[in-house]
Design a protein around this ligand. Structure first.
Ligand SMILES: Nc1nc2c(ncn2[C@@H]2O[C@H](COP(=O)(O)OP(=O)(O)O)[C@@H](O)[C@H]2O)c(=O)[nH]1
Ligand SMILES: [Mg+2]
Length: 209
C-alpha cells in the first residue's frame, strides 16, 4: 500500500492527471501498455472539485478538499491524493496533510507558465519528503524548441529543490494530461510516473520499459 500525493500550484493539471490515470485503469491500459497485473479503480472521489460561478461560459473548477483515487494492481491497493493548489485555509490544510501522509510526492509544474509563482506554492509547504518526482505538464503548449525549453526548466526546478531545499528529484516526466493527438507518449507518461511511484509493489511495471 503506497500513498502518493500529487502537489502543485492552481491549474497546473493535478486533477486532469488523476482523471487520465482513472481512464487508463478503466480501459485496461496499464496492462496493455505497461504489462502490469490486472488493475481496477476501487474508489474515485472527485467531490472536492467545486465549479466556481463565472461570468463567461468557461467553467472554472477549484479543488476544495483533496481528490482521492484508490486503485488496485494485482492484490495491492494504492491511494492517490491531489489536494487543491490555492491558499485558502481549508485547501492548505489538505496540502499539509497530504504532504505528510504521502510516502511519495509528485510535484506537478505547468511548463507553459512562469516557474517563480509555482515555486511560491512549494515554499508555503514546509514538510516535503527528501525525494520527489516531477511532472512537467502541458508540454503540448511549449511549441518549437520543446526539448531545449524542457532542459532549461529542469535546471531551474533542480536549483529550487536541490539547492534551496535539499530535496532530491528522482525523475522528471514530460507529460500532457489532456488527450491531444500527437502527444500520446506524453499522455502515457502520466500513468507511467504513477506506476513508477508504486513500482516496487507492481509486478511487470518495469519489465516493459
Ligand atoms: N494544453 C493542456 N492543458 C491541460 C493539460 N493538463 C491540464 N490542462 C488544462 O489545465 C486546466 C487546469 O487543469 P486542472 O487539472 O483542473 O488543474 P489543477 O488545479 O492542478 O487540478 C484545465 O482546463 C485542463 O484542461 C495539458 O497537459 N495540456
Ligand atoms: Mg484540481
Amino acid at each position: 500500500m503506497v500513498n502518493v500525493g500529487i502537489l502543485g500550484d492552481v491549474s497546473v493539471g493535478k486533477t486532469t492527471i488523476l482523471r487520465l490515470f482513472v481512464k487508463y485503469v478503466e480501459e485496461n491500459a496499464l496492462q496493455t501498455k505497461f504489462g502490469t497485473e490486472a488493475a481496477a479503480i476501487v474508489k474515485a472521489d472527485f467531490s472536492g472539485e467545486a465549479t466556481l460561478p463565472s461570468k463567461d461560459d468557461v467553467k472554472e473548477t477549484k479543488t476544495i478538499h483533496p481528490n482521492r483515487v484508490v486503485f488496485r494492481v494485482g492484490t495491492k491497493m494504492h491511494t492517490l491524493f491531489a489536494p487543491g493548489g490555492d491558499d485558502r485555509p481549508l485547501v492548505r490544510m489538505g496540502i499539509t496533510t497530504v504532504s505528510r501522509i504521502a510516502r511519495l510526492i509528485v510535484a506537478v509544474f505547468d511548463v507553459s507558465r512562469d516557474l517563480e509563482s509555482q515555486f511560491e506554492f512549494y515554499s508555503a509547504v514546509r514538510f516535503i519528503p527528501k525525494t520527489i518526482i516531477v511532472a512537467l505538464n502541458k508540454a503540448d503548449l511549449l511549441g518549437k524548441d520543446m526539448n531545449k525549453k524542457i532542459e532549461e526548466i529542469k535546471k531551474k526546478i533542480n536549483e529550487y529543490f536541490k539547492d534551496k531545499r535539499k530535496i532530491d528529484i528522482t525523475g522528471f516526466y514530460v507529460t500532457v494530461a489532456e488527450s491531444k493527438p500527437g502527444f500520446e507518449g506524453q499522455n502515457d507518461n502520466c500513468a507511467k510516473l504513477i506506476l513508477d511511484c508504486i513500482k516496487d509493489q507492481v509486478v511487470g511495471a518495469e519489465a516493459k520499459e
